[in-house]
Write a protein that binds this ligand. Structure first.
Ligand code: ME8
Length: 494
């Protein structure tokens, strides 16, 4: 079973921030869940290095563009390490393999390409052509400045794909998520698609168009092609198609149009399988303000990880806000989540149950004569992953965490009700049943959090002497398993 998940590839005009970390961690959670569920996964991320925006940023700091790209791309690689990404590939669009792939891809589109003159507005910050009717107060809808452009350009016959795209959205209702965004895309396409300018002739920081006269590709064609380069295109065409068929692109809402309209149209033209789904997530603000360098409120993921811990951040980002909606970042909210959800709910559950087992010999003997209450918790523990599976399928990462935390609460309540510290004096066989159910539950919880908080899950697996490599392990019991010395899950000092 194959599965592919991607992050957007990031522009390297500025330092990585929490928004980049967010998209990357989301894709990582999905990749990790699928691996635990037995899939062969290809998870790619990387940097988008061509285009006007990057070239100007290099110029502004007086650096050679190649040199600038190397330095900036490395910062995104460093972010990937700092947030514990499990990517299979980190792709840079300046790599030779990508040049070959993008040029081959271009050739496949040639029947839909013609030359003409582009004259219109362009927003360098968005790397986007802005139609006259979308200009508001002399700016792009995003608020970015626009500049007039008039040059010879190749065009892609996007208009020829309007009906085919609408058919595709109809036939595959899950192609775009969340649903509200799907509707926006459909009305955009219904309102009429214009052919798209896909080359630049007055500018050279890009991939040259094959056999052409000094034109370079529009940065978005080059960027979108990264997904197939990473899968091995132009070689391994069969593998590329197989993976694309099971591929989920995680993107920010502002670039959904590129992924759900342009990209599928290009793929149709090239005869390459379309991805299974494009999911658009929302945007983070900071203390209710749009993050911006000039305001100085850009949240630095390295700082947050240093001060609050990585798994704490990974948890917060997906518990605080429904994935797909906008959210507001504040250190106060993060601190509360750490204190209440992590230390109090999860930390205490693991600590008190496993410490108790340690105290009484460090292992369990299984008693299958469960009471009704025990049976319910046992069943809920065993079913946790299957409930999460349908949520992860829809990228409902927030819902999946809620599902885990319901089991955490249920297990804490069960512990309070059953009072193992009293049973130890009165009914040792009952105590065994209670602890067995709690251990099953804690192991399932560890699997449930593993995609979100891999290091924390690993600690719990280690305490319980469980491998933690596949959801299949949830079926095994704990007879005579030796538990290991505990240490705090969320140490107070970071
Ligand atoms: O658009 N909140 O790159 P990019 C949440 N190179 N997510 C945010 C965010 C925020 N405040 N800011 C950024 C590009 N992101 C192109 C993509 S893909 C073929 C090419 C996330 O560096 C969000 O996922 O501007 C957004 O789509 C992504 O970073 C792209 O950032």
């Amino acid at each position: 079973m194959n599965f592919c998940v991607t992050t957007p590839i990031y522009y390297i005009n500025g330092d990585p921030h929490i928004g980049h970390a967010y998209a990357s961690i989301a894709a990582d959670i999905i990749a990790r869940f699928k691996r635990l569920d037995g899939y062969t996964v290809h998870f790619s991320t990387g940097t988008d290095e061509h285009g006007v925006k990057v070239a100007r940023s290099a110029e502004n700091v007086g650096m050679d563009t190649h040199h600038f790209s190397n330095i900036m791309s490395q910062k995104f690689r460093d972010l990937s390490r700092a947030i514990n990404l499990s990517e299979d590939d980190f792709i840079r669009t300046t790599e030779e393999r990508h040049k070959k792939s993008a040029q081959t891809f271009w050739k496949l589109l040639e029947k839909d390409i013609y030359k003409s003159i582009y004259s219109g507005w362009y927003s360098a910050r968005d790397e986007e052509y802005v139609p006259e009717n979308e200009i508001v107060d002399g700016k792009a809808p995003s608020g970015a400045p626009v500049e007039w452009m008039e040059e010879e350009s190749y065009f892609f016959k996007l208009s020829a794909y309007q009906d085919k795209l609408l058919e595709h959205y109809e036939k595959y209702p899950d192609f775009i998520g969340p649903n509200a965004r799907r509707n926006e895309v459909i009305s955009f396409v219904k309102s009429g698609l214009k052919d798209l300018s896909i080359s630049r002739s007055k500018f050279n920081w890009g991939i040259p168009i094959p056999d052409s006269d000094g034109h370079v590709m529009y940065v978005w064609i080059d960027a979108l092609a990264n997904y197939i380069t990473s899968l091995g295109f132009p070689e391994n065409k069969e593998y590329v198609s197989q993976m694309m068929e099971n591929c989920v692109h995680v993107v920010g809402k502002e670039i959904l149009r590129f992924h759900a309209v342009y990209w599928p149209a290009f793929l149709m033209s090239a005869g390459i399988t379309l991805p299974k789904r494009v999911f658009a997530h929302g945007w983070w603000t900071c203390d209710k303000e749009k993050m911006s360098k000039s305001v100085g409120n850009v949240v630095d993921p390295f700082y947050i990880i240093q001060n609050y811990g990585l798994d704490q951040l990974r948890y917060f980002l997906f518990r605080e806000v429904r994935f797909g909606e906008d959210g507001d970042f504040s250190e106060e909210a993060l601190k509360n989540r750490i204190l209440y959800d992590l230390a109090n709910d999860l930390g205490n559950l693991v600590q008190r149950v496993l410490a108790f087992i340690q105290k009484f010999g460090g292992h369990l003997t299984v008693n299958y004569d469960f009471s009704d209450q025990e049976r319910i918790l046992f069943a809920n523990a065993k079913n946790l992953v299957s409930r999460m599976r349908s949520q992860i399928e829809k990228q409902d990462l927030h819902g999946a965490l809620n599902t885990v935390w319901n089991l955490v609460s249920e297990s804490n309540k069960f512990t309070n009700d059953m009072r193992p510290w009293e049973l130890v004096k009165t009914d040792v066989s009952r105590l065994n049943a209670v602890l067995t159910v709690l251990c099953e539950s804690i192991r399932s919880i560890a699997f449930g959090i593993a995609p979100f908080m891999p290091d924390t899950a690993r600690k719990i697996f280690n305490f319980m002497n469980v491998e933690g490599k596949s959801f299949d392990e949830i079926e095994n019991n704990f007879i005579d398993q030796k538990f290991v010395e505990l240490s705090p899950l969320f140490p107070k000092e970071k």
